[in-house]
Ligand binder design. Structure first.
Ligand code: ADP
Ligand code: ZN
Length: 607
């Protein structure tokens, strides 16, 4: 199987056209060139090495950091009729022998391998005896300590250039910060090779950010809007315990919910991953341990219960939604304490000063995005070097432009209350003082006799928290450094506000009561349906039922047989012959041969 890229794209993958810069990259690599590919998650990186590997003679070797990731790719490729295999520590003796045999026979076109295994002298020696079409280094940022996912075992890959100088090297990543990019190029000897930077925009993902006031209600409203009941969703939680609590709560509410974190038994983790990729409409409550290697294309939404690690990780995490290109949604909930905790954690980390500066910078960029009153996507994409020429029209700031109101007076009251109580208390107590609540603590410290006692009765507690968050984000409040408690203190930056020299502008909604804000959100028009009219039709459901049976029989994820998008097109067009079926998006030669007759039969029976 070799030849022209477009023919391979069509015959093997069933796609009519390359996307974005794929064509250019594929041509370059097929001609024997090396390079670095920067594209967002879901941007279509895999084809950039899979197509060249099929067009060139010899074996393509793909380095990948996770067993699950390799296995999924191999299963999908085999469905497409490509001789692919994976070599990693998870194989049993029998499987390893089989891969080994295929390798010596020269039958394989693509071999996925973990970096550890590739580093073994035996592996490199065996590969050196083969005719190699290319090396692809997936998740290439793992080679750099600047990246957000450093893996020391990737360092062994520096040997590729010396040991196999004539074999093209393609590095691929969704991380694009300049320092990481330079580091990858240096370590993989790609400094003379081109960098292909695809657009990082994923316009089908609607981005929303909201202060976290009542996360249970907020997530429920979001799920109701974002999901048509068939796709899957992911809720990223800040702790392992929170994943279990969230999943349990959702189950009580009747959702098919799972949890996932790195503290689970490997077998349970695999079971949860398999369940998620089965194609069923499930909700996954997970830590960030979940995601790399999850290729499910119809994830409809991703929610975060707390501030993510930075703009890059946030974008990577929400990028798991809507890979199929259909409308998808992302919601980020965050609170003042998230920012404060993140800042303190960086401050107290044993990292070098330069590293800390970068971490602070990363956090600042994220805070600017979540606190922004203007298009969030523009700010976010700027972190990846993309400049949108206009506002996106598909983020909450674009869809519901916030009205700004002058909250200077309230901000001054809050800063005074922090100051008068000695900068020794958490926000709850400060708010009690402002709202004139005679709690035990207020009494025992005599704070009911302070001049600030009760001067903020007119502002709801939730609104006070929003004002505090804003002041924290802008550095006028900081978390006390010497304790582990969320105690706030006023900083130098509070002075001009207290003096009345600097206004504090807040989104109007932030000053309203939490309950009202979420009711407003819920009352809004529902998202456009994620799928075309064919979705939900009897024919479509019949095809889905057939697919599910087939997937179970073969023990593979449903979407590797056909993604929803393909089934929809089949249901809508109802092709009556194999030839007509061949022109449907996502139907390549191998799948046509395997499933063509079955699909036609299902169509006949469903009519
Ligand atoms: P990445 O590795 O960059 O996260 P993938 O390679 O997994 O992204 O591709 C994301 C999705 O887009 C997959 O479902 C893939 O089949 C699809 N895709 C990629 N390129 C094309 C194309 N040219 N035409 C149609 N679908 C494509
Ligand atoms: Zn926007």
């Amino acid at each position: 199987m070799s030849g022209d890229p477009r023919t391979v794209l069509h015959d093997v993958f069933g796609f009519p056209d390359f996307r974005g810069r794929q064509a250019e990259i594929v041509e370059h690599v097929t001609a024997g060139g090396s390079g670095l590919v920067l594209m967002p998650t879901g941007g279509g990186k895999s084809l950039c090495y899979q197509v060249p590997a099929l067009c060139r003679p010899g074996l393509g070797v793909v380095v990948s950091p996770l067993i699950a990731l390799m296995e999924d790719q191999v299963v999908a490729l085999r469905q497409q009729g490509v001789a692919a295999a994976a070599l990693h520590s998870g194989l049993d003796e029998e499987e390893r022998r089989r891969v080994s045999l295929d390798l010596s026979n020269g039958r394989l076109k693509l071999l996925y391998v973990s970096p550890e295994r590739l580093a073994l002298e035996g592996t490199a020696e065996r590969l050196a005896r083969r005719d190699l079409s290319l090396f692809a280094v997936d998740e290439a940022h793992c080679i750099s300590a600047w990246g957000h996912n450093f893996r020391p075992e990737y360092r062994a890959l520096t040997m590729l250039a010396e040991r196999f100088p004539e074999v093209p090297r393609v590095a691929l990543t969704a991380t694009a910060d300049a320092r990481t990019v330079d580091d990858i190029r240096e370590r993989l000897s790609l400094t003379d090779a081109p960098v292909f930077r695809g657009s990082f925009d994923r316009p089908n993902i609607r981005i929303e950010v909201a202060p976290r006031d009542n996360p249970t209600a907020q997530i429920a409203a979001f799920m109701e809007e974002a999901d048509d009941g068939r796709g899957a969703g992911i809720i990223y939680c800040p702790s392992r315990a929170e994943t279990e609590r969230t999943a349990a709560r959702l189950k009580r509410e009747g959702y098919d919910a799972l949890h996932y974190h790195a503290g689970m038994e490997p077998a349970d983790r695999r079971a949860a991953e398999r369940r998620f990729s089965s194609g069923d409409p499930v909700v996954m409550a997970a830590t960030i341990a979940f995601g790399m290697g999850i290729d499910r294309p119809d994830v409809r939404w991703v929610a975060h219960l707390a501030l993510p690690g930075g703009p890059e990780s946030w974008y990577q995490e929400i990028g798991r939604a809507g890979r199929d290109g259909a409308p998808a949604r992302a919601l980020l909930l965050y609170g003042a304490e998230d920012i404060a905790v993140a800042r303190r954690r960086i401050g107290e980390s044993p990292a070098a000063e330069t590293q800390k500066r970068l971490d602070h910078e990363r956090l600042d960029r994220l805070v600017a995005i979540v606190e922004s009153a203007t298009c969030r996507r523009r700010l976010l994409l700027r972190c990846f070097g993309d400049d949108l020429s206009e506002d996106c029209g598909n983020c909450d700031a674009c869809l519901r432009p916030p009205r700004l109101v002058d909250a200077t007076e309230a901000a001054r009251k809050l800063l005074s209350a922090v100051h008068r109580t000695g900068g020794r208390f958490g926000l709850g107590h400060v708010v009690d003082v402002l709202r004139g609540n005679r709690t035990e603590k207020v009494g025992s410290f005599g704070h009911d006799s302070l001049s600030v006692f009760g001067i903020g009765r007119d502002v709801a507690e939730g609104a006070w928290r929003n004002i505090a968050r804003h002041l924290l984000a802008h550095g006028a409040l900081a978390m006390a450094s010497e304790t582990n408690l969320p105690i706030y203190q006023a900083t130098e930056a509070a002075r001009p506000i207290l003096k009345g020299n600097q206004p504090v502008l807040l989104q109007e909604s932030a000053l309203r009561e939490a309950a009202r804000a979420s009711r407003r959100q819920r009352g809004e028009r529902r998202a456009a349906p994620a799928f075309s009219a064919a979705a939900g039709s009897e024919t479509f459901e019949a095809l889905r039922a057939w697919r599910k049976e087939e997937a179970t029989r073969q023990a593979v994820p449903a979407y590797v047989i056909f993604p929803d998008r393909t089934l929809e097109e089949i249901a809508a067009r109802r092709p009556g012959s194999i030839d007509a079926l061949a022109s449907v998006h996502g139907v390549g030669a191998s799948k046509l041969e395997r499933y063509g007759q079955d699909v036609l039969r299902v169509l006949r029976e469903a009519s």
